[in-house]
Design a protein around this ligand. Sequence first.
Ligand SMILES: Nc1ncnc2c1ncn2[C@@H]1O[C@H](COP(=O)(O)OP(=O)(O)OP(=O)(O)O)[C@@H](O)[C@H]1O
Ligand SMILES: CC(C)(CO)[C@@H](O)C(=O)[O-]
Ligand code: BAL
Length: 335
Amino acid sequence: MLPTVEDLDDAVAHHGAPGRNAVVMTMGALHEGHATLIRAARERVGAKGFVVVTVFVNPLQFGAGEDLDRYPRTLDADLELAFEAGASAVFAPSVDEVYPGGEPQVRITAGPMGERLEGASRPGHFDGMLTVVAKLLHLTAPDLAFFGQKDAQQLALIRRMVEDLNFPVEIVGVETVRETDGLALSSRNRYLSAGERRTALALSRALFAARERLAAQEALRARATALPGAQGRAENRAEALSRLGEARAAADAHAVAQAAEGGAAGAVRAAARAVLDEAAKAEPPLTLDYLALVDPADFTEVADGHDGEAILAVAARVGSTRLIDNIPLTFGAAK
Ligand SMILES: Nc1ncnc2c1ncn2[C@@H]1O[C@H](COP(=O)(O)OP(=O)(O)OP(=O)(O)O)[C@@H](O)[C@H]1O
Ligand SMILES: CC(C)(CO)[C@@H](O)C(=O)[O-]
Ligand code: BAL
């Protein structure tokens, strides 16, 4: 375990493997999601590579009234999990070690993407996050840095910072790790009572319902497009289905028109919202912060006729715990 920058420098100088240095940054309270990141890093750099795991609860990215003080700190268990998963070293500095002059005067600004969704709910969060990520990239000097897609907007902003400011590092995204019932692993899940956890399952259920709705819309679209006389406008496809006398198809005519015209985005949002609306009536209830279907490049809301990649992202509060989740979706795959 390395508590100081000097220890870290020393370890990188003596044990670092040029071209095969990796970092996994965390705020501790490690779980299987973190272990997956560490394993992915070890796999990429090989047995002779050097994998540093950082454990640091960064005050800069917490707003007033957020959970900085109660954020779980479990260093002994973290060390065990990190080394078990393949870490070469764990850098776990104090706040004074990272910010010896107090809060930094100069910071990274996340820009417009950092003001949307998580940024709108947590003003200043992404500036604080990018500032510490920039510092930790300088201190650990990695060739590769691994981040989870569970924090999709964070990952997109880090990629953007690295591109915009020419950081010499490859950013690797790792798929979200979930419990068997769908709940995305998160250190903040520890705050949940059994009842709150039941309600919190609505986040992943909403995302999965949306994914299923999209698959159904895409299947309908493929079928409608393949019908004779169905070329051209969406209504032609709907009529072509009806002409065939298919009761189901006739009933679906509107959905076909919607799907063929690219109205799938609305249907996808509605499917997720229905699950979240139900959870808002549960005991304890879920309070929705946002549900958004966004372009992965800039996190702006996608238009109704969107084709290509999108991210469906959700944030909600259950009791005093705020949770986020998201899934990637591909629109127009059935063309
Ligand atoms: N379920 C998960 N699957 C994949 N990566 C994850 C998962 N949870 C966290 N990570 C990733 O681990 C890294 C460290 O995240 P962090 O320490 O904040 O954990 P967390 O569980 O997301 O905590 P929190 O509850 O505070 O959001 C980030 O890159 C994050 O995206
Ligand atoms: C990237 C990070 C370690 C920066 O503090 C944090 O935001 C996190 O754990 O996702
Ligand atoms: N996992 C993102 C870090 C945060 O919530 O502050």
